[in-house]
Ligand binder design. Sequence first.
Ligand code: GLN
Length: 545
Amino acid sequence: MVKFIFITGGVLSSVGKGVVTASIGKILQVRGYRVSVIKIDPYLNVDCGTMNPYQHGEIFVTEDGGEIDLDIGHYERFLDLNLTKDHNITTGQIYWTVIERERRGDYLGKCVQIVPHITDEIKHRIYMVAEEEPIDVLLTEVGGTVGDIEGLPYLEAIRQIRLEKGYENTVFVHVALVPVLDTTGEEKTKPLQHSVNELRRIGIQPDIIVARCIRNIGEETKAKIALFGTIPREAVFCSYTLQCVYQAPLILDGQGMGEYVVKRLFLNPVKPDWFEWKQIVDSFLTANYEVKIAMVGKYAALADAYVSINEAVKHAAAYCNAKSKIDWIEAEEFENEENLEKLLDYDGIIVPPGFGARGTEGKILAADYARRMDIPLLGICFGFQMAIVAFARYVCDLKDANSTENDPETNHPVIDLMIEQRGIEKLGGTMRLGAQPVKLTPGTIAYKLYGCRDVIMERHRHRWEVNTKYWDVLQKHGMVFSGRSIDGTRVEIFELPNRYFYMGTQFHPEFKSRPGKPSPPYYGFVKACLTRRLGLSKTEFVENL
Ligand code: GLN
């Protein structure tokens, strides 16, 4: 029988529920329990594919082509799982299904209501994952904050699951902020108390409370939370700000989380095996070297917009015994070419994914500068496309070459809309999405990085691609296509053999990067940054891969 853990949040959103959820999963995994995770997003969008990442955070892509919430990325990285899109439930999906059913006449004679029809559909989707996967425990994180109007049907559904599955098979975890007053240094629990009360008003008494705080809260604060939360003192934990996010499961387990959860779920107590995870965490904390990377993007501010890229760089750096420092530089700055010199301060440059024209010229100029100055470069998706545009303009001498996404009238559309994308009007879920096979070219750096495998699978999210009409001219000028789609019709990876490291991927390798198992292109890039910084030659870099 699968056990259920539900995680809710209080006081404010972005409180770190995702990391707590992933950490509880890890705590169970190291005890030999098989886990899976669902994220509930109470918004009306069917998925987050059409949302602005600079406002809502990164759009994470799953193997099966789901465009989903970035928390799924945390789960995959912490738990080394590949989750499918049915692990992200949104209000849009639930209502869509129920309304379609109503139109078909499935509810004939009935008045269709939030309780029971919407709540039944929510439960059905949670139970479906629990039944279909070989797991012992299913964690479900309810997005948003307790008290939000849109979250109510989900809380009602999980309240009912407690009734249906029983006390011994269900646990409610509430994560809430405990602010520290800067004047007195006091830890304030009142907002947390209010959010627990709000949860109780809905009919849910939490079993475990996790206080999110900038520091480890004191014993007195924990006792107070236990008293007002009506839970034993041993059921109160603190998730505090850490140097490395992957420490979180160790910190929570150190406070007794694993023992408590296992006891509370009537599972067999098993001694945890943290050996491997501790080694991974140590590699992040004890790195001896540093690499400094410039990320040339748009709206550099919101770190959440590129969380998987940040993590992939960190994974690769830790693997190379280095810490990474990423500076965000607004691409538009480079439209003034004088500013390009700033890039000389960096060991490497990433041109990240993107859409639309603003900042594009800056990205193209930065990619060209990296080539001219032989600074290692990694271009991802839009970044791959812009590096090719730069090469077409400044090496192949195709003046005004561009992507038709930026300039539909360009004389040299080196990047063009894929044929099957023409005529698509609905924007939601219609890109080339998810894991697709990529055939590698033997003898290339990419081939070596991927362990000399002929075919790899990587995740995609794009509408544009390299125009076949320009393949010849690009190759004639020295660009190597080191990866193509399996049928040979699309360019998936390019590299420049006469540069230290200059590579772009049409896909997003960051989504498959894991701590301790870095993504090959990120590993190659970071390793190049480091070896070049240490004064080693390109030959030495390649030999050491
Ligand atoms: N806008 C580009 C395309 O659709 C790149 C997308 C991306 O970077 N994810 O092809």
